[in-house]
Design a protein around this ligand. Sequence first.
Ligand code: GLN
Length: 470
Amino acid sequence: MDIDNLTIESASKGLKNKDFSAVELTEAYVKNIEEKNKDINAYLEVFDDALDIACQSDKRIQSGESGKLLGVPISIKDNILIDGHISSAGSRILESHRATYDATVVSKLKERGVVFLGRTNMDEFAMGSSTENSAYGVTLNPHDKERVSGGSSGGSSASVSMNGALASLGSDTGGSIRQPASFCGVVGLKPTYGAVSRSGLIALGSSLDQIGPITKTVKDAEILFEAIKGNDKKDSTTLENYSSKSGGKVVGVPRNILSDGVDKDVLEHFDKTLESLKKFGYEIRDIELPYKPDTALAVYYIIMPAEASTNLARFDGIRYGKKVEGGSLFEDYAKSRETGFGEETKRRIVLGTYVLSAGYYDAYYGKATSLRHSITKDLKGIFESGIDLIATPTTPSPSFKIGEKSDPISMYLEDIFTVSANLTGMPAISIPNGEVDRDGKSLPVGFQMISPHMHEKSLFDTGKDIEASI
Ligand code: GLN
């Protein structure tokens, strides 16, 4: 079995035709993880029940059951709960936190016979773009071990890229599925807000977070998305009438925002992909975004920390997580949080608490919220004017070196093209569109498309055309 070239699609055919069993498939992945993970650090833990679950899936296959995900081994980001397993969100404060229930996405995949191989590394509480904020060490990029895998779903993306899983689930609040997917040369989808249940996802920014697939192909992303989507009583923000829509072939390119700060090679690949789309009958139209992307970034970096500071209040050493005794209740809280949280998490809690504080609420949170509405109106307006998809590079440059971005602002700029989809709730996908040469290594780059709400089908259709053209 050649796991380097397997996809969900081909593996499920192989399982159905009895070319190999789910146990054999799982064993092959576990072996590869054992070899590669020592260097890459994509996995924080390989689950010891993976083979038992593969065995159960084999029994289901033997009894005649079939399904695209039956017996398929995948990895899962460390902030998505699996009953009985540790889920630490990349943080010390949750290092021994064991989930007591399954996230809705997990129970949906368990029903379909997915084998969970293990949990993957991430920036602490999904705050970051490089996994350097993980309490458990950085995840190296399988394409160049001096570089980052991206983040916050860096472990998930690297696990797929190093053939340590057929696919993975990540979470995306401002780009955390798409950016690492682009750095690792895999596909990443941030679904429409409300398409996928967030029940059992350790929250960062609840109005922005979505769980989504990280895969080797667009078809695989579609298979996983179809399996995890849907209304859920446990998440009141899930949509009641979600139905995936396809769209037309007019691609809008906000040329005015691509002139500044985007790597020359990234831009070259971007233009090449646009040219090849023309051969598939697409019309490429220049558009102007009515807002500056740095406005979207500023809005995101007010709303996200505001929500994070609220969500993270529960990690106080009493209700959840590691407790450090301080002698009084207040000191218990203070010491637990001081030792349990990393630097970036603390920065965002302070920032979020500040923008929500009585004297500053209107100036920051209130203003950011109203700008968020106008950005949403602006993007809707573009789609209503005959544009079906908005395309940009996923990130301004390919993967950077470990330690290279030492100040928070340069790290936040990684999200310049991705945050708009989260602020507006629209779906977006990153598709590998070639590799650029850096220090003798080939580094993948990604092509991002945003579509109107619920138009995932449109992203998949065009994504498959891009794959076919490369
Ligand atoms: N890089 C962004 C941040 O640090 C995105 C994080 C995410 O999507 N979880 O907030």
